[in-house]
Design a protein around this ligand. Structure first.
Ligand code: MRU
Length: 330
């Protein structure tokens, strides 16, 4: 199956699929300079931690090619989205490559290629955790649209489907940006994988009814102790899973582990515009002058996570030693 590309670099140009227009229109935005790339990340034309990292790497190479100062390039791109650590991981790697006088476009391509390969390994590791045909629940979008390859949690689900182990997928719509109903459903439909969209608040009820065999979610930043920042709504899933003994798996490449963060306290949580809550597309769904709270991510404490699946293997609670061990393998 030919995967969707959330971005691609061709003939010296970076093309970014404008995910704001999905699922109805497939339009690529051409990023010709670093400001375009920063805009695409901030306005969420591209989103998903690994994809943000890859696109930022190309943005870095474009900025340097255009003669900008390295610190300026770093600042423009890093001031876009604060939680997804892959952004900073990729920028630090590009900065290092710059000082080592490496070809920066080649380095960006390497980052992209490594993500494609990590996705494949992750999918296989994750799929080994499910033994029979099951109903799987997922949150947000962690597929080809969020990475350079098949995806992380959604990559696992695609692999499970290939192995005949998916009855159907429960897709949380993922308010307010609707990454689930707009993007995950779009990917599952393209891949011919059966799914049902649910409102986020019905997930704990379905879990309590014994319908869900396992929950697979992605991550934006995993602290050294396993505390995990992911799309708002992830934490409540972990609580329901814990209450009803349903496995709750976090799936991410090691580039999503922040070894400088000891715990959740070191993870910055992005707050976005209240308009995302008050409006659905361009229609207000609440009184125009309402106040709103729009944290884009929440924290799932390490002890609520049954396993963390990476391209280096599967880690179990307590996570400190196994994550450290992954670090040594990088
Ligand atoms: O705000 P988004 O859409 O960038 O948030 C995405 C998520 O929370 C994903 O679960 C995470 O980045 C992992 S993507 C493989």
């Amino acid at each position: 199956m030919l995967e969707l590309k959330s971005f691609f670099f061709k003939d010296d140009k970076l093309f970014i699929l404008d995910q704001r227009k999905l699922p109805h229109e497939e339009v690529y935005f051409e990023a010709t300079n670093i400001e375009d790339v920063a805009y695409a990340i901030k306005a969420m034309l591209v989103r998903g931690a690994p994809a943000i990292g890859c696109v930022a790497a190309y943005g870095f190479a474009i900025g340097i090619k255009d003669g900008l100062d390295v610190e300026k390039v770093y600042n423009i791109l890093s001031n876009t989205r604060p939680t997804a650590v892959n952004l900073f991981w990729a920028l630090n790697r590009m900065k290092e490559a710059y000082f080592e006088k490496k070809d920066l476009f080649e380095e960006a391509q390497k980052i992209e290629q490594e993500d494609i390969e990590a996705n494949i390994r992750i999918s296989k590791f994750g799929a080994s955790l499910i033994t029979e045909k099951s109903v799987i629940l997922t949150h947000c979008n962690t597929g080809a649209l969020a990475t350079a390859g098949v995806g992380t949690a959604l990559g696992v689900i695609k692999e499970l489907h290939r192995q005949g182990k998916v009855d159907y997928v429960l897709v949380d719509e993922t308010r307010p940006y609707l990454q689930g109903s707009r993007l995950t459903a779009f990917e599952l439909l393209k891949a011919n994988i059966p799914y049902k969209i649910i409102v986020d608040s019905s997930a704990p009820f379905l879990i309590s009814r014994g319908i869900v065999k396992a929950v697979f979610v992605g991550a934006d930043r995993i602290a050294s102790n396993g505390d995990t920042a992911n799309k708002i709504g992830t934490f409540m899933l972990s609580l329901a899973c814990k209450a009803y003994n349903v496995p709750f798996y976090v799936v991410a490449p090691t580039s999503t582990i922040d070894f400088n963060a000891k715990s959740f306290q070191d993870i910055p949580i992005e707050e976005r515009s209240k308009d995302e809550v008050l409006k659905c597309k361009d229609v207000f769904v609440g009184p125009i002058d309402s106040e709103a709270i729009n944290y884009s991510f929440d924290i799932t404490p390490a002890q609520n996570i049954s396993a963390i699946i990476t391209e280096k293997g599967i880690a179990h609670y307590p996570y400190v030693d196994s994550l450290k061990n992954f670090k040594e393998q990088i």
